[in-house]
Structure formats: C-alpha cells, structure tokens
Ligand binder design. Structure first.
Ligand code: ASP
Length: 336
C-alpha cells in the first residue's frame, strides 16, 4: 500500500496511480468483509465525523454516515435549514462550532465550487487539525463518487482483483450533461488516471468541445500531473458512434438546478438523441454495463426498463460500493 499523503480530499486531480490502488484495495477488503451491526470495525472509535451538507443529498450523506458508523466513529450531521446560518452566522463560524465540539473529519457539500477547499484552507490557517472531505462542490468535484464509480467498474471487469489495472485500455462512454457534472469531472481524472479511453457524448450545449483537452495540461494549481501516463478523452456527438466498442456506459443526470438557460429544446428530444434504452445498446456486447450516479430522471437519461434490468444496470451496485469506498477514505484520512 502506498504512503497516503492527502490530509484533505478535495478532488482527484492530485491522485496518483498508487493512491487509486490504495483506495481500491482497502475498499475491496471492506466490501468482502461480512459486517453487521454487532461486528463493526473499531478503527475510528472515539473519533467524530461531521457531515455538513449545504445542498440536498440522498445517497452521499447517508453513505458517509453509514461508512463512519461501520468504522465505529461518532457521527454528527448538520442541516442548513435548522441552523444558525439562517440567523446570519458565517459558514466558517458554523464549521468552527462543530470543530469546537470535537469534529475531526468534516464531509462538506456545497452548491458553490471551492467551498470545501476554502474551508480546508481556513481551518489549516487557524491551526485546527481537521480533515475536509469534499462531498460534492458545484460543478467542480465529487471525489467519493468518482472513486466508487472506478471501484464498480474495476469489480465488473476484474471481480477477484479490482485494481486500477482493470481499467487500462477500457473504453468507457460518458453520456449526457457533462458541462454541469462534478461527477463527470471526477470520473475524468480517475478513469484517465487508470489508463481508460473515455468517450464523452452529448449535445454541444451540455458538452463543450474543450472537454477533449481536460487532462492535456497539469491539473489546476499543480506543477506536474501526478499520473505519468494517462488514458485518453474523445468527444463524440452521435450516441451510436460513441457506443461502438464500448466496455461500459455511464449516463449522467440532467442537472436542471444548474441550467440557467434553455440548453435543451425538450426532454423528449434529449431522450430520443441521448437516452439509453435496450434497443440503443443492442450494438454493444451483451455484458456492457450501464452506470448512473443517481438521482435518475427515469425515462430521460435511461429508460425505466433499463434502470430496472439487474443484468445491465449497475446503479444499485454503485450505491452498495459507495459504502466501502467511503470507509476507505475515512480510514486513510483518520490515520494520516
Ligand atoms: N448525486 C450526484 C451529485 O451530487 C449526481 C447528481 O446529483 O446528478 O453530483
């Protein structure tokens, strides 16, 4: 296992191949370990994990909380609607209140890009030994989702040994609202970091051509890319073309809450051009899986029949895998 150097986990741009290998190896151990309520792991006993979600969440928050409990941590969660934020308290002062109560690991989600990183900086500057894990910020990053998608794909391709190597040379198609998706950005770092060939597919309003250059230069704020040999990224507008030779297909939710103009003529026409159905996947091999980070707009990004098809659709597997991935992250961060 590599030496873990990430005090905070804010995005995957700083992850090396060794980091992916470390997280996947640990997650696989947690995944196959039979854990019931009575048989929790003691790793985080006496440690306090606080989830601060300033934006709604179904999966991520409860998955982090369950992961923390499985490691025997104490868990505290913050709800913006019933907090003093509505009385004018600053975000940093709110967070400091939790730190004063003993929070050591903060999982932060915010609708604005950069909030978890800004909090991490402010807490570091004030000498607090608190680790910040980004639970999704604006359009920027959702590292635990990127890692759980990577883990799900690695387990699909190599069930016995789900390592980053399982992704090398695989063609992974990502379809849909790439522009507004922090999941897509985290997946781009993770998948290319493990040597996959990523094909991005969507209309020009939701997928600017510039995404083909996403990993062409060192990651923002870093002199060097921590991954020596990345895979590739290609933009393809036509779904049938994009699906040629696919090893897996990931479709993304239309982020209506982040669309400020009319970027689509109608949901029906979007579904006709980019919606996944059994018929559209007929050109792919029968074992090509479909992923979606959720929440799904049923009948828009993919048909209800496909969503409900356990032979094709890995959505529930993604949710299940989210717990060991988050256990791995909390474990590594608590130990560093
Ligand atoms: N749950 C994911 C996120 O928070 C994906 C989505 O909302 O579409 O980014």
């Amino acid at each position: 296992m590599s030496d873990w150097t990430h005090r905070h986990v804010l995005d995957l741009a700083a992850f090396s191949l060794d980091d992916y290998a470390t997280v996947l190896e640990l997650a696989q151990r947690f995944r196959v370990m039979p854990i019931s309520g009575a048989r929790k792991l003691p790793a985080l006993q006496g440690r306090l994990v606080t989830t601060l979600f300033f934006e709604p969440s179904t999966r991520t928050r409860s998955s982090f909380e369950l992961a923390a409990k499985r490691l025997s941590a104490d868990v505290q969660s913050f709800s913006p609607s019933s907090s003093s934020l509505s009385k004018g308290e600053s975000l940093l002062d709110t967070v400091r209140t939790y730190v004063a109560m003993g929070a050591e690991l903060l999982v932060v989600r915010h609708r604005c890009t950069g909030v978890p990183a800004a909090l991490a900086r402010d807490l570091d500057a004030s000498g607090d030994r608190v680790a910040v894990l980004n639970g999704g910020d604006g359009l920027h990053s959702h590292p635990s989702q990127g890692l759980l998608d990577l883990f799900t794909l690695a387990r699909h391709f190599a069930p016995e040994a789900p390592t980053p190597e399982a992704l090398r040379g695989r063609r992974i198609v990502i379809v849909g609202d790439i522009l507004h998706s922090r999941v897509a950005r985290s997946n781009l770092w993770a998948l290319t970091g493990c040597g996959a060939e990523v094909v991005l597919c969507g209309p020009a309003t939701l997928l600017p051509e510039a995404f083909a250059q996403f990993v062409a230069a060192p990651p923002p704020g870093q002199a060097q890319d921590p991954v020596a040999r990345r895979g590739s990224i290609r933009v393809e507008r036509d779904l049938a073309q994009a699906l040629q030779g696919a090893d897996a297909v990931m479709t993304l939710r239309l982020q209506k809450e982040r669309m400020h103009q009319h970027l689509l003529t109608s949901l029906e026409s979007y579904h006709r051009a980019y919606g996944l159905t059994h018929a559209r996947l007929a050109s792919c091999a029968a074992n090509v899986p479909v992923l979606h980070p959720g929440p799904v707009n049923r009948g828009v990004e993919l048909s209800g029949a496909l969503l409900d098809d356990p032979h094709r659709c890995l959505v529930e597997e993604q949710v299940t895998n989210g717990i060991p991935i988050r256990m791995a992250l909390l474990y590594l961060m608590a130990a560093s």
